[in-house]
Design a protein around this ligand. Sequence first.
Ligand code: GLC
Ligand code: CA
Length: 572
Amino acid sequence: MQIPTIETKEVAKPGSTVWFKEALIYQLHIKTFCDANNDGIGDFQGLLSKLDYLKNLGVSTIWLLPFYPSPLKDDGYDIADCYNVHPSYGTLDDFRQFLDAAHNAGLRVITELVLNHTSDQHIWFQRSRRAVPGDPWRDYYVWSNDPQKYSEARIIFKDTEVSNWTFDPVAGAYFWHRFYSHQPDLNYDNPEVRAAMFNVVDFWLDMGVDGLRLDAVPYLVEREGTSCENLPETHAYLQEVREHIDQKYQDRMLLAEANQWPDDAVAYFGKGNECHMAFHFPIMPRIYMSLHMEDRYPIVDILDQTPSIPDNCQWAIFLRNHDELTLEMVTEEERDYMYRVYARDSRARLNLGIRRRLAPLLNNNRKKLELIHGILFSMPGSPILYYGDEIGMGDNIYLGDRNGVRTPMQWSADKNAGFSRANPHSLYLPVNIDPEFHYEAINVEVQETNLSSFLWWMRRIIAIRKRFPAIGSGDFQMLAPTNNKVLAFTRTYETQTVLIVINLSRFSQAVELDLKPWAGWTPEDAFGHSRFPVIKDTLYPITLGPNIRTRFNQLHATVPMVSQQGAQHYQC
Ligand code: GLC
Ligand code: CA
């Protein structure tokens, strides 16, 4: 094994332009979090009152799902006005107040930029459908008389849509839509659309938003004879967006939502001149597979297939989000496996995915929940937590679409889980009363008072991650011990090396690690600070119990260690 090279990389420091490399992102929809005016819908004033909670959890960045005026047929991704706040959530001033308060608390804020489409209620579409061909408004969207055009593009919402074209009787033509038929795609061949979206970008960045998640970004441009995904013209436009924001702002971030294989996903970084971040979609189902198979192969394999990324870029990694757990970036065999072990009940399936929350997916098994977060928090990339997963919230697969994973945050055992004082019937979605995940038991208040709760465990592991810049910004090196139930790797940044050893199995395991490049170093357990034997020029044996005890809690088989020694030891 080679001694890791010490590169001087850009590492995230306060005020740094690469702050996102060490970000820990908390994802929430404003309507789900806290209802301050008691109308049954969460709002900005409610979120403001919970900033301390997020600060104490240790996250650094809040990602807000769409909060703009919208008919809400796709939870706000169907935007009717890109320049305002949906009245249920408050006003633009409330948003500004929240943004300032978040910044004062040292938290950054990411919002949604939906470039690909709008709601059919957007004024642009209303003008476009009424415009005669040749009128500039017509060209805002993609119209055709032939619904066979672009027939090689797949249908994404395959449970609800039968075609990417829908006939509009007002226009007397078909319009193109990659998602719901109430979400017409904008026409990126039209320079006016391209410019109009720059104005939207400026509006929110001028206000102080730190980052934009670029929703559904592979589908901006269509070309005959292609899948209409990841086209060079789409990348060219994104590079224009990047150039535009780099000229005007210093430290803003673009996060690409491109549900693609690693080779196509890395293209969204360009040469470091496109998006700063991109979701690593394919690694997510493989983490679940490795966990169930008790074998590191799926994770190792997908990382092997992942090209390296420019130094000023970062992956965004996650376990769950507001959508179904997508199984688009797996083989058919792998999908069958995932359905078989994680979604036996067909109601849990939606499109090509599984509409469940993390805790029910893992049978509410605390050890597995800890293990999977151990993986999330140490892999290359900035982790994203989905609201409620830090307390192990459950879901409700009897609600339609993806609503089962979008129920109110559970704050306490009070009325409506402490989320709202409204009449329970008026809540935007019912609170969770499943016997196993009932809000009276699974809530923040209960977990606050018990230092052994999952919430406290999460706070601790987040604090540990934050102690080690190597985990956010360091080089990643996989180890290859013969015992494939053990996942082991190192993260190195300058003089700091963190060794992560994860027992994927329910049972004790022994493993011998090739740590020769660190001969002379003394590993120290990051959780309890206990020292391990000094590393020698031979294989290093470690035994991993299924229930390793640490000073804090039962820590399921995750032993991050760090050497305290200095740079000169790289010369050993
Ligand atoms: C993204 C969003 C999803 C939405 C879709 C269409 O995939 O994550 O929630 O339905 O875009 O806007
Ligand atoms: Ca409200």
